[in-house]
Ligand binder design. Structure first.
Ligand SMILES: Cc1cc2nc3c(=O)[nH]c(=O)nc-3n(C[C@H](O)[C@H](O)[C@H](O)COP(=O)(O)OP(=O)(O)OC[C@H]3O[C@@H](n4cnc5c(N)ncnc54)[C@H](O)[C@@H]3O)c2cc1C
Ligand code: SF4
Length: 582
């Protein structure tokens, strides 16, 4: 085993979270910072090495699930099976993590999300809440996070239109959002034919359309760190690809340009972290297998775990840090409050050519009239809603081919189907929704008793299923999709929900949350609101693993806001007086 010289800070994971922490610490202090990333850099391939088959269908940039995956079971009584093909979520790997191939949709969460337990009780009364609900407050409020949201928006160059500026509601933005202290750093994207038609239709129905907040730059932009990136070229090869011109905010084009100039920063790739080494309530080092397969120990004064939701919990489990959650008793904290997201899509067909090949991952129009707390009165059993969007994300030649209206061909192969697929090509699209996913007592993470990764370490086991609440959310959103499709004069091919049983094979989103949640008490959370481990003050566990439940909006902007606040806690408070901040 190779024992390295100590550094001040060692970070597991080189995605948005790990590299944001590295940037904050290496820029604002003279501490030495090492990031250990299991993958390698993808950037060199963006200009010439990407194609749709390899990247979008064979998931080139995702975690290699032959080496490490998760197992899933629906309930405490069922047995778990390993996820052997990419399905309901796609963990990233390599420098920048999933932040390299994300879509860059950059929502804020609504104010009540951070105090949702109290909010739901006040609104519905305890008796109307489902049994086993485990929704919890975050220990931080929207008002406390607002300056950090603004910093994250400036860091990435988010474009959009404010719908609530310091409490003043503004038509054209999302009027249901929480108050913003500033207009977006950039204006919204140009819209496509589809999203313009969506906007007209929903306005006609009395809803409130807004442009989707996007970190795919609508203009050339220089952020507060002095990093300049060009405007989006609407190439359409965005989600599941790295941006070849750097218009999409990615850790490699937003954080690394700053970090690479710092002498106190080092990025080590091909380094697979296996344990946090600790003694007497203090984290001492990360142990990892390096790029040539050598077992290595990197001692540090401060250890930061930033390896994405599922990996964060697993690393704590494998390192025997914290008390594992027991759903039978409700005791223990590690692994609790696993959530995903409720997805609904409605296929639509039109006579018009949509030119869907042009677009950007985050280009779109949405409504918030059935999101969060809005519009749910008419739908008994629904406690939280979801956004409704038409996206011009860019359709590749393979992914956009083959959808035809029901009954047009006898089968989904053969000459009749090919003829229909050609006739309907570029005349079909989706309305999409993502809804809040509430946390439940029986949904959690632990170590699988049977299956192991390539090193022989137990895999993470997910226990998760949909409940009647998610099915009611899905039915509500499908009904509104249908209404909008009619108003757009489009023929619908029906809504897809996959909400009967949770399925690991159909993509929902890579917005998996929980397992090492934040909160106000060590009895019910793993980290405090600064993301500092309750029992180990020099250990910080960061990312969406800390979210006690999931909101409808994509999480990364909130992940960054919470991370930036955590960085302030570490730098401005912990370094001055090392120890527990609360
Ligand atoms: C296809 C797709 C589209 C998405 N679109 C959006 C969107 O539009 N908006 C949005 O808000 N979010 C989106 N997301 C989610 C977003 O990418 C994540 O929220 C974000 O990347 C999380 O950042 P992170 O740093 O916590 O984790 P990651 O980006 O996953 O980074 C974690 C890093 O840790 C490394 N790592 C893991 N385990 C180890 C280990 N044991 N040792 C060393 N390194 C390790 C990984 O290789 C990875 O590089 C999308 C995700 C995907 C896959
Ligand atoms: S659509 Fe725009 S942001 Fe996305 S990859 Fe292409 S140029 Fe980059």
């Amino acid at each position: 085993m190779r024992q390295l010289k100590p550094v001040n800070v060692v970070i597991a994971g080189g995605g948005w979270v790990g590299l944001t922490m590295a940037k904050e610490i290496a820029s604002r202090t003279s501490l030495s910072v090492v990031v250990l990333e299991r993958g390698h850099s993808w950037k060199e391939q963006y200009a010439t090495g990407m194609d749709e088959l390899d990247f979008a269908f064979r998931y080139r940039m995702m975690q290699n699930i032959a080496e490490e995956t998760s197992t899933h079971r629906h309930s405490l009584k069922s047995s778990a099976a390993p996820i052997r093909q990419y399905g309901s979520f796609n963990p990233g790997t390599g420098v920048g993590g999933a932040g390299e191939h994300w879509a860059a949709i950059s929502y804020r969460y609504p104010p009540e999300q951070f105090t949702l337990a109290a909010f739901l009780q006040n609104r519905f009364g305890k008796a109307r809440l489902p049994e086993g609900l485990a929704v919890q407050d975050w220990g931080v409020t929207y008002d406390q996070l607002e300056p950090y949201y603004w910093s994250a928006e400036q860091l990435m160059g988010v474009g959009g239109k404010a719908g609530n500026l310091n409490g003043k509601k503004i038509d054209g933005g999302n009027v249901f959002e929480g108050p913003r202290s500033h207009e977006y750093p950039l204006p919204p994207h140009k819209q496509t034919y589809l999203t313009t038609e969506f906007e007209k239709a929903v306005r006609g129905l009395g809803y409130h359309p807004y442009p989707i907040p996007a970190a795919t730059l609508s203009r050339t932009y220089t952020n507060p760190d002095g990093v300049t990136r060009p405007a989006c070229a609407y190439c359409g090869y965005c989600t599941r690809f790295g941006c070849m011109i750097g218009a999409k905010a990615q850790p490699s084009n937003t954080l690394l340009p700053v970090l690479q100039k710092k002498k106190n920063f080092e990025l080590r790739t091909g380094c697979w972290v296996r344990r946090v080494i600790h003694r007497d309530g203090k984290a001492e080092a990360l142990s990892y297998i390096d790029a040539v397969g050598q077992e290595t120990v990197q001692p540090a004064d401060i250890v930061i775990v930033a390896s994405w939701t599922l990996n964060n919990s697993r690393l704590l489990y494998l390192s025997k840090i914290g008390e594992p959650y027991d759903p039978a008793t409700g005791k223990g904290t590690l692994g609790r409050n696993l959530t995903h997201q409720v997805g609904v899509q409605t296929r639509m067909f039109t006579d018009k050519t949509l030119n869907g090949f042009m677009g950007a991952g985050a280009l779109g129009m949405g409504i918030g009239d059935y999101d969060w707390n809005q519009g749910i009165e008419a739908f008994p059993g629904v406690l939280r809603g979801g956004n409704i969007r038409a996206m011009g994300s860019g359709e590749g030649p393979i992914s956009s081919f083959g959808a035809i209206p029901q009954g047009t061909a006898k089968s989904d192969w053969g000459s009749q189907w090919k003829k229909a697929a050609l006739a309907w090509h570029d005349k079909t699209t989706n309305i999409v929704s993502e809804a809040d996913h509430l946390s439940y007592r029986d949904h959690y993470l632990d170590l699988d008793p049977t299956y192991a990764d390539k090193f022989g370490d137990p895999l993470q086991r997910m226990t998760l299923d949909w409940t009647d609440h998610e099915r009611a959310q899905g039915a509500m959103l499908a009904q509104i999709h249908n209404q909008i499709a009619k108003a757009m004069d489009m023929r619908t091919g029906g809504a897809t929900r996959w909400l009967d049983k949770y399925t690991v094979t159909n993509y929902q989103s890579t917005h998996v949350n929980g397992g090492a949640i934040m909160g106000t008490s060590p009895d019910t959370s793993v980290v405090n609101p600064w993301m500092q481990h309750w029992q180990m003050p020099n250990l910080w566990v960061m990312g969406a693993s800390a979210f006690p439940q999931n909101s409808s909006g994509n999480p990364t902007l909130t992940i960054l806001a919470v991370t930036l606040r955590g960085a302030d806690g570490l730098i401005d408070k912990y370094l001055k007086r090392p120890g527990a901040l609360l």
